[in-house]
Design a protein around this ligand. Structure first.
Ligand SMILES: [Zn+2]
Length: 357
């Protein structure tokens, strides 16, 4: 039996190579580091079915076969062979006439995860490269019944518990409201801290993130929201953590946060795991511009609607019925016409800018 080094094959043959050179597929469209097009595995004709993450060398089909994985899984699924046989086919096609010896980590061309020296042979079909945000193996002690949560934010104890937030008395987030952040698989990857001391928030920014944390690779609350995203508004993308929690409390449980007014390419790809996305960015200039850019990124990937908040409002400023009305309005407007509503909206309550976000 031939020895197959899955890791080496995945390190040396990119998913782009497999698609372009092995299969000669030319009908995929590139958006940032994402390829989108009809699924070559089930040969569907939906132009948005098949998504490829060129950075991670991962693919996923959102319609027909709903399959996904790495380069080897792609060949295994398309050629209907085992992962091992897929590896052998790629090796034969790409590597057997190539005299380059098994490359050491440093010589491997662009590859996010250089092979470890003594790593065990990867299980066939292993789908994940080393994540940008590895799981955290500590848990902070947080006190949920803090006035910032219950009074300033008007969140209930149940909501605080649901999202695991609370006041942090000691350690690196001392004096902050700690907010656990999970990746799309539901693994805890970081804690963000909302600074409470006014001068700190002014000088250092309202939020602190751990060093080395890649905010652009995560959508806050995605692991919970995706399970609820089949509803009327699909996945609702907002800017901030507390908007997600406020929406949750208003019965909209499919909200995720970009953690800022800019949706990264990777976040767009994550959001596009839902077949319908509604953007609801803040009504300030940064949010309005961010929402427009996000629409451009999402439109090729999934069905997208744009909810427009009153000037300078954040989602949590709006009463529940206004928010539902806005989101329903977004759904009935066709984005291709991009008619922006400028009529003043009935706003029940607006908190002062200082208490929001
Ligand atoms: Zn498919």
């Amino acid at each position: 039996m031939d020895w197959v080094n899955f890791r080496e094959i995945r390190a040396r043959i990119s998913i782009a190579d497999v698609l372009a050179r092995y299969y000669r597929i030319e009908n995929l469209k590139q958006v940032g580091q994402t390829l989108v097009g009809p699924c070559p595995v089930h040969n569907g004709d939906s132009a948005r079915a098949f998504h490829v993450d060129l950075d991670k060398n991962l693919w996923h089909c959102f319609t027909g076969c709903k399959n996904g994985g790495n380069q080897l899984d792609l060949v295994a699924a398309k050629d209907q062979v085992s992962v091992r046989e897929a590896a052998l086919r790629l090796k034969k096609f790409f590597l057997d006439d190539d005299p380059t010896p098994a490359a050491p980590a440093t010589a491997v061309p662009p590859q996010p995860n250089p092979p470890a020296a003594r790593a065990p042979a990867p299980a066939s079909g292993s789908k994940r490269e080393k994540p940008a945000n590895p799981p955290l193996d500590l848990e902070l002690q947080l006190l949920p019944d803090h006035p910032h949560i219950l009074e300033d934010r008007k969140l209930t104890a149940e909501t605080a518990a649901q999202f695991g937030i609370g006041y942090c008395a000691r350690g690196i987030l001392a004096g902050c409201i700690g907010i656990p952040i999970h990746d799309e698989a539901g693994q805890l990857v970081a804690y963000a801290g909302r600074r409470l001391k006014f001068s700190d928030a002014e000088d250092l920014g309202k939020y602190r993130f751990p060093k080395g944390f890649h905010k652009d690779r995560v959508l806050y609350n995605l692991h919970r929201a995706l399970l609820e995203a089949d509803g009327e508004f699909g996945l609702v993308v907002v800017e901030g953590f507390f908007s997600v929690m406020a929406l949750h409390q208003m019965g909209i449980r499919s909200a995720v946060a970009a953690m800022g007014s800019e949706l990264s390419d990777h976040q767009a790809m994550l959001a596009a795991k839902s077949r319908h996305v509604t953007l609801l960015f803040d009504g300030d200039p940064a949010g309005t511009i961010g929402a427009m850019k996000a629409v451009e990124k999402l439109a090729p990937l999934t069905r997208v609607h744009l909810g427009i908040l009153p000037p300078d409002a954040e989602p949590e400023d709006c009463p529940a019925d206004l928010l539902h009305w806005l989101l329903s309005g977004a759904r009935t407007h066709n984005l291709s016409s991009l008619a922006i509503q400028t009529t003043p909206l009935p706003l029940g309550r607006l908190t002062s800018p200082e208490t929001v976000h």
